[in-house]
Design a protein around this ligand. Structure first.
Ligand SMILES: Cc1ncc(COP(=O)(O)O)c(C=O)c1O
Ligand SMILES: N[C@@H](CCOP(=O)(O)O)C(=O)O
Length: 462
């Protein structure tokens, strides 16, 4: 299995090379040259299997010769051993035909742990073989950063720098990133929004002297390995409500489009998915894109679901690549227009293809608060604001097909919003109970590429 860039001109890579490379050298994102499919019998056999069994079946066709079956199975088992729920991704019934997929039972209480814990294992196995040392730089609106730090803290052959938007993540998210004491962890509070953090990260990848000089690696969903690991729970949950015998729809709280793109891959692999519903907060660029056929960037407005405060949605590029018939030149033009003019248009054929697969909706701040309050009454489930955006949008897309909404974070990561909506203060789990007493260590940085690169180079010399 080889991987190709969405912009068409970077070299083809193996799974391991694509995983360790991050952004393609033409600025694009790596995707598999072909998307493997699973048979109906293989999907049916997932009923009653463990999460780890399903993970192996789903991911194995993508990894080529990178790991033997035995190695890969061990990496999967180790990755999920620290999860706080035997099912890893349990499914709760909210009402008759609406289910909630709880993805927050990992160590940092967000869905990012599913991929990041596995990527941590795969990176370590690869680095042990090669003897290389790498510098990970990650951009986060709150959850990727803490999950990455958790997966890579204390490793002697990895430095991990996390750029987060100063003042725009929740206090719990910030403390998760600023309180680890390991010297290979560097939390950087950038003077800007998440889009600025992600743009700086991509600029670092596109500066080949810097990239090669520090041996830059990426653990954002730029990295195909991140998307791949997230495909698994679409299978486990769909099978639990009747797939492959009956179709299922998903609503996915969306920002950088990685999670919902994983759902799209599951569909292409043969999972009977009816609709994939994009749920956005007031930063609704993706909802507007689907409605109008043009992507027009506006400023980011801070919300109570801060992890989705994103306008430049990185993985939408992967969807565009598919919608444009895998024409990398068109994608490269559209991405250049987005960067230079703040907008691009999608052809009629491509937007029709996107609308066949995806639906969309948005939740205002009031609707998000209301969803938290009313879900507590309806099912007793305490939602985080991101999951509440999902539930609000899903309720408007109900049909005879079962709907699964992804609950992407634990409510205890966003106690202020949850308490305002319900009067309840969700407690942190025992392993994080003293989070507020731990000392913080963070460097405030300007939104200036050269200054960031200098800081990173100096830190890794120490
Ligand atoms: C809690 C939470 N929900 C939803 C999202 C959106 O996910 P994606 O960026 O994959 O669309 C994020 C950020 O990625 C998140 O942290
Ligand atoms: N919401 C994310 C933003 C980064 O997304 P990623 O999936 O590309 O890592 C976050 O919480 O950091």
């Amino acid at each position: 299995m080889m991987y190709v860039s969405t912009r068409g001109t970077a070299p083809k890579l193996t799974f391991e090379e694509a995983m360790m490379t991050g952004l393609a050298r033409d600025g694009g994102l790596y995707v598999p040259e072909e998307i493997p499919t699973l048979s109906t019998d293989q999907i049916a056999a997932m009923a009653g299997a463990s999460y780890e069994d399903v993970a192996f079946t789903v991911m194995k066709p993508f990894i080529g010769e990178t790991f033997t079956d035995h190695e890969f199975r061990n990496l999967i088992d180790t990755a999920y051993a620290g999860f706080n729920h035997a099912a890893r991704a349990p499914l709760k019934q909210l009402d008759n035909n609406h289910f909630l997929l709880e993805l927050f039972h990992g160590p940092t209480l967000a869905f990012k742990d599913f991929a990041m814990q596995l990527i941590g294992q795969m990176f370590q196995a690869s680095l042990t073989r090669s003897g290389n040392r790498i510098t990970i730089v990650g951009a986060t609106s709150g959850d990727t950063g803490s999950a990455a730090i958790e997966a890579f803290r204390g490793l002697s052959n990895v430095d991990v720098f996390i750029l987060y938007p100063h003042g725009r993540v929740s206090e719990v998210q910030r403390r998760q990133m600023t309180t680890p004491t390991e010297s290979n962890v560097h939390a950087l509070a950038l003077d800007g929004d998440f889009d600025d953090c992600q743009a700086a990260l991509k600029d670092m990848f596109n500066d080949f002297d810097f990239r090669d000089g520090v041996n830059l690696a990426g653990v954002n969903s730029i990295n195909w390995g991140r998307v791949l690991a997230q495909v698994v729970y679409f299978f486990t949950s769909a099978v639990a409500v009747g797939a492959p015998l009956r179709p299922v729809s998903f609503t996915v709280p969306t920002g950088n489009f990685g999670d919902i793109f994983a759902g799209y891959i599951a569909k292409r692999m043969g999972l009977p998915v009816d609709k994939l519903v994009i749920a956005t907060n007031q930063n609704d660029i993706l909802h507007r894109t689907l409605e109008t056929g043009a992507q027009v960037k506006e400023g980011v407005t801070p919300s109570i679901s801060p992890s989705m405060d994103i306008q430049v949605s990185s993985n939408f590029e992967r969807a565009l690549f598919e919608a444009n018939g895998r024409d990398g030149a068109t994608v490269a033009e559209q991405m250049a227009d987005l960067k230079d003019k703040g907008a691009f248009t999608i052809s009629q054929g491509a937007i029709e293809m996107l609308r066949e697969t995806f639906a969309s909706g948005r939740a205002s701040e009031d609707e998000t608060f209301h969803a938290i309050t009313s879900e507590l009454t309806r099912s007793g489930e305490l939602l985080c604001p991101h999951s509440a955006v999902g539930v609000h949008v899903a309720d408007a897309h109900q049909s005879a097909t079962p709907m699964i909404t992804l609950a992407t974070a634990h409510p205890a990561k966003f106690p202020a919003a949850v308490e305002k909506a319900t009067g309840l203060h969700p407690p942190l789990p025992p392993h994080m109970a003293d989070l507020y007493e731990r000392d913080e260590r963070v460097t405030q940085v300007p939104n200036d590429l050269a200054a960031l690169q200098t800081l990173i180079k100096e830190r890794i010399k120490q």
